[in-house]
Ligand binder design. Structure first.
Ligand code: 3PG
Ligand code: MG
Length: 407
């Protein structure tokens, strides 16, 4: 595999797999362009060298061929603005139009192909489809970290059609791997992992892997109540995965054996319903009254978590502390975002990843105050679970795990 920065793209048609799977509103306006903006340096380097760029991506999960809703044409205008040049678009990915447009593409020009998932072959990792895609370019760059956990045609199968010299990671992929590895393999201690979100089941593997690496694990969000219930607490109508109580207990035992400190939110903001106009109160998290549910960490928990974060040299944050989309339940997540930003200012290395926590740092204005904001959701989670991602493995010439064909 070649190195991106030292590669000369002059005169080369470069096929770049990006992750332009971004949220769109009803009018097809992009509501968060971070994933697109992140790829601009990769694209510009190729153009500046005198190469041309053929971009390929998926958008959403179309089930049955092309639909207006999932067309990548909605991205063209914004991408053109970000790059400062008019981006061309092909209404197919491997058909006559794509072939023609790729063929006549000149140095300095950019072509975006239609959603790869309009072809069922993409998710199946179909060999013939991957080969057809590969014919569009001379060089293959994988810059789609967000999709690196998928063993799809364009993310992994395609790589075998390029010689080792002509396949490489783009700058997004390089940055993601360097920053994630810094946390996984060379973290300065104390290392605090802040894990939130609704479900314990989504986070078991990451917590297990982090028990080998972290000194402290803060657990917030809906998943905290499964832990409290597992310890015999009363959690009222709070979210609880009853079938995960044993797992929660096991994780607590393992942490104790390994000397990792688990911090659960001692108190909660509770509500009489899951709604913006709910009546709210506060309670210790292990004695929440019947009919009430914990929707955010409380002020004592926030103070205590802030202290732990301030004492840390390495911080990983994945998952919100409460229902931060609703104003009444945003204080915990906002407080944690602030604490992570302050600790970073004081010299800690911080990485924020996973759709919701990234949305939270953006919403509260802390995105440029943390060390690194990841573009990965599921991919980042799997990376921190210690899994080999097929999109990364393919370029490193390792075998691809067929399990990851599934969405
Ligand atoms: C994501 O947003 O998780 C990636 O773009 C991959 O999409 P997927 O989960 O639909 O495979
Ligand atoms: Mg996903």
């Amino acid at each position: 595999m070649s190195n991106f920065s030292s590669y000369n793209f002059s005169g080369k048609k470069t096929l770049v797999r990006v992750d332009f799977n971004v949220p769109l509103d009803d009018q097809y306006n992009i509501t968060d362009d971070s994933r697109i903006a992140a790829t601009v340096p990769t694209i510009k380097k190729i153009l500046t060298d005198g190469g041309s760029v053929i971009l390929m991506s998926h958008l959403g999960r179309p089930k049955d061929g092309p639909t207006e809703e999932f067309s990548l044409k909605h991205i063209v205008k914004h991408l053109s603005k970000l790059l400062g040049i008019e981006v061309q678009f092909s209404n197919d990915s491997i058909g006559e139009e794509a072939l023609q447009k790729a063929k006549t593409l000149k140095p300095g020009e950019v072509l975006l192909l239609e959603n790869l998932r309009f072809y069922k072959e993409e998710e199946k990792g179909n060999e013939a489809f991957a080969e057809k895609l590969s014919k569009l370019g001379d060089v293959y760059v994988n810059d789609a970290f967000g999709t690196a956990h998928r063993a799809h045609a364009s993310t992994s199968v395609i790589a075998k059609h390029f010689s080792p010299d002509n396949k490489l990671f783009g700058l997004v992929m390089e940055g993601e791997i360097i920053n994630a590895d810094k946390i996984l393999h060379s973290s300065e201690k104390p290392f605090t992992a802040i894990i939130g979100g609704a479900k314990v089941s989504d986070k078991i593997l990451i917590i297990e892997n982090l028990l080998e690496k972290a000194t402290d694990i803060i657990i917030g969000g809906g998943m905290a109540y499964t832990f409290y219930k597992a310890m015999g607490g009363k959690i009222g109508a709070s979210l609880c995965e009853d079938d995960r109580q044993d797992t929660a207990r096991e994780l607590l035992d393992k942490a104790e054996n390994k000397g990792v400190c688990i911090h659960l939110p001692s108190d909660s903001i509770i509500a009489d319903k899951f709604a913006e106009d709910a009546t709210i109160s506060s309670s210790l998290s292990n004695i929440i009254p019947e009919g009430w549910m914990g929707l955010d960490i409380g002020s004592m928990a926030c103070t205590m978590f802030t202290k732990v974060i301030h004492a840390s040299k390495t911080i990983l944050w994945n998952g919100p502390m409460g229902v931060f989309e609703m104003e009444k339940f945003q204080h915990g997540t906002k407080g944690i975002a602030k604490a992570v930003a302050e600790a970073t200012e004081e010299g800690a290395f911080s990485l924020v990843g996973g759709g919701d926590s990234v949305a939270a740092v953006n919403k509260f204005g802390f995105a440029d105050k943390v060390s690194y904001v990841s573009t990965g959701g599921g991919a980042l989670l799997e990376y921190f679970e210690g899994k080999e991602l097929p999109g990364i493995a393919a370029l490193r010439n390792k075998t691809v795990n067929s399990e990851n064909m599934k969405l």
